[in-house]
Design a protein around this ligand. Structure first.
Ligand code: ATP
Length: 185
């Protein structure tokens, strides 16, 4: 199967994330999307508890979305988890699948600085989704990379953590946040 790898901290997961994943599946660009929840939140010290909450919320938000899977694959990889290491280890673990990297136009601009960026481009397909304010010239892309059109939602996890845009998370996630008093709720 063609698996799209969509990485992030998902702290917490919101409608921007799930709609993007669903859109790629509906457009048949990949067969499944695996949400690769990063164990390390660069903004703060990683904690196992925080990681499990983010995994649990991602599972709640994607219930009833059979082609989206939440993955804790990076839990067992060395930190910091480099994308190339994740992709190569996935390819070895699941030789029957073909892995495609899903990244935003914002990340694509910084991509040359990524660890082993050339190896990623030469070994894997990339789907680059649009982000407001980041324009990409299609002719500047390597043959393995393609721009995709997906719905744009004006929301970030930062908004949710700052008690804004509550309607942009699933009701189950909202309930989970309140029950566990996350983000000072
Ligand atoms: P934060 O506000 O904590 O920085 P975030 O909302 O950007 O978080 P991440 O966990 O960093 O969420 O998301 C993973 C990826 O999802 C990012 O690389 C980003 O490009 C993308 N993303 C974030 N918000 C949206 C959105 N509203 N629509 C589409 N993609 C998004």
């Amino acid at each position: 199967m063609r698996i799209g790898i969509y990485g992030g901290t998902f702290n917490p997961i919101h409608i921007g994330h799930t709609s993007l994943a669903q859109s790629l599946i509906e457009q048949r660009l990949v067969d499944e999307v695996w949400l690769m929840v990063s164990p390390q939140n660069p903004m703060k010290q990683p904690s196992a508890d925080d990681y499990q909450h983010r995994i649990n919320m991602a599972n709640l938000a994607t219930q009833g979305m059979p082609h989206i899977r939440v993955s804790d694959f990076e839990r067992n990889l060395p930190l910091p988890s480099y994308t190339i290491t994740t992709l190569n280890t996935l390819s070895t673990t699941y030789p029957q699948h073909q892995f495609t990297l899903i990244i935003g136009a914002d990340n694509w601009q910084r991509f040359p600085q990524w660890y082993h960026a050339d190896e990623i481009i030469s070994r894997y397909h990339l789907l680059i989704y649009r982000r407001p304010g980041y324009n990409i010239e299609p002719q500047s892309l390597p043959p393995t990379a393609h721009i995709v059109d997906t719905p744009l939602y004006d929301v970030s996890s930062t908004d949710i953590r700052n008690h804004k845009k509550q309607k942009m998370i699933s009701p189950d996630v909202r309930r989970y946040i309140k029950t566990h008093h996350l983000y000072s709720y």
